[in-house]
Design a protein around this ligand. Sequence first.
Ligand code: Q46
Ligand code: ZN
Ligand code: ZN
Length: 305
Amino acid sequence: MKCSKCGGLAVINLHQHRLRLCADHFVEWAVALTQRTIVTYRMFTPADRVLVAVSGGKDSLALWDVLLRLGYQAEGMYIGLGIDEGIGYSARSLEMCRKFVADHHPEARLHVVDVEGEYGQSLPTLARRTQRGRGKPCAVCGLVKRHIMNRVARDGGFVAIATGHNLDDEAAVLMQNTLHWQAGYLARQAPVLVEREGLARKVKPLCRLYEREMAAYALVQGIDYIYDECPFAKGSTTNFYKELLNQLELKSPGAKQQFYLQFLRARAAGQVAFVEADEGELHPCTRCGQPTTAGDLCAFCRLWE
Ligand code: Q46
Ligand code: ZN
Ligand code: ZN
């Protein structure tokens, strides 16, 4: 298999783009596509400080790598959830983030927030105690991560929070929301969530890259990452939809990309419109000061009551 650009040995076949690329041209292509996405959706500029949410997995570490290569002021943020489940998941994922910095970008800054150290309970303990989410800690986890990311972004003066969601993640969520006609979620599913009163902007610069491309990027760049998913992700509905979409992709290369990009285009052109659920007025939580639509205390602060 020959590289479509230089005729050298290709390491990846990008069926949906009709491209085969060697290692160098693949890295160049992935970095350029990310840069185009950042510019197209006006995510941030080189003058802005960006906080990258890193989990130790391939997508978030690759994203951080790409942003630093592009010269952005990107700092990492790792949230230690205290998940062990017999595989030392959180400890190993933090180790991967530290190793990434040491091996690839020793000058980069990594912020670490340890949930148990800072708030007194690990995520699994907190989730058990509050009994939210039917035995799975994911609902509480989402709430905790959103709160902490927003706090670090606000205190540190970051313009945006960047996450490593790739096209497979976005297409799976889109499929899930479409099958259930979740109009409120569909209205909010975008590469950029604009900032509003006290809530930082959220951006997904990898939303045009396939998951297999991110794995290839990490491999080619020699980025070590934690292969295991969070143990609580097993059997998740998102994973189920990802598998369905992969079957579709096998029969019809490019199907995932088309599904997601056509949605974005149709929405941008005003062909489809979804009304965002009215979440009510935001006001500051009396304890932490973060915006909330609930009563005096925000949902995060109520967790610790
Ligand atoms: S929500 Fe659930 Fe994830 Fe939190 S507990 Fe793990 S699987 S990390 S993206
Ligand atoms: Zn080449
Ligand atoms: Zn609060």
